[in-house]
Ligand binder design. Structure first.
Ligand code: ITT
Length: 193
């Protein structure tokens, strides 16, 4: 069975493909309409994106809604992570805005987590859902060239996500963990159906 990956973010798509394919989930892409992310939670937004893609293509569709929750900012930017510095801001602008918001926050209070909600919607309306997070902290400056989004300022231990290899990031990341759990739940759903 083929699953449409419902994202407009090319770097996220690359991560989802490289994690899901070895887990035995056959993925495909399609030209998808933009969906307004009006949900209050990652789970709701993942469902909105997956259900729209399923409706549009007639195929089961998988969406990821993810973001960075910073404790010193009461969980912000959270579900607004993609739009934190405005609709068309670059990743660097978003990271600079976040570093500025935390400029007076000491290292021990810069704790944060990446969260990833994954939802698959089937043409009959059934859905499979999984969520996971990765605990870390916010650096004082950007380091590393890998990954995407907020990776250069998200530290796990001493290293930023952007300093890790793809394999290292997938092994510990919110997305790697959520998709691993998702693939187990998907297998159980398909075996029982
Ligand atoms: P789609 O909705 O089309 O999938 P998007 O980029 O708008 O693409 P989200 O609404 O889920 O995706 O926003 C997630 C944002 O959180 C994303 O744009 C990044 O800024 C950030 N983010 C999510 N996962 C990340 C990761 O692994 N590394 C760095 N930043 C990440």
């Amino acid at each position: 069975m083929k699953f449409i990956i419902a994202t407009h973010n090319k770097k996220k798509l690359a991560e989802m493909e490289r994690i899901l394919t070895p887990l035995g989930v056959e993925v495909a892409t399609a030209q998808l309409e933009e969906v307004e992310e009006t949900g209050a939670t990652f789970e709701e937004n993942a469902y909105l994106k997956a259900s729209a893609a399923c409706r549009q293509t007639g195929l089961p569709a998988i969406a990821d809604d993810s973001g960075l929750a910073v404790d010193a900012l009461n969980g912000a930017p959270g579900v607004y992570s993609a739009r934190y510095a405005g609709e068309h801001a670059t990743d660097t602008q978003k990271m600079e805005k976040l570093l500025h918001a935390l400029k007076d926050v000491p290292a021990e209070k810069r704790t944060a987590r990446f969260v990833c909600a994954v939802c698959c919607v089937f043409p009959n309306g059934d859905r499979v859902f999984a969520q996971a997070s990765c605990q870390g902290s916010i650096a004082f400056a950007l380091t590393g060239n890998g990954g995407f989004g907020y990776d250069p300022i998200f530290l796990v231990g001493e290293q930023s996500f952007a300093q890790l290899s793809d394999e290292e990031k997938d092994h510990i990341s919110h997305r790697g963990k959520a998709l691993a759990l998702f693939s187990q739940k998907l297998r159980a759903y398909l075996n029982n159906g």
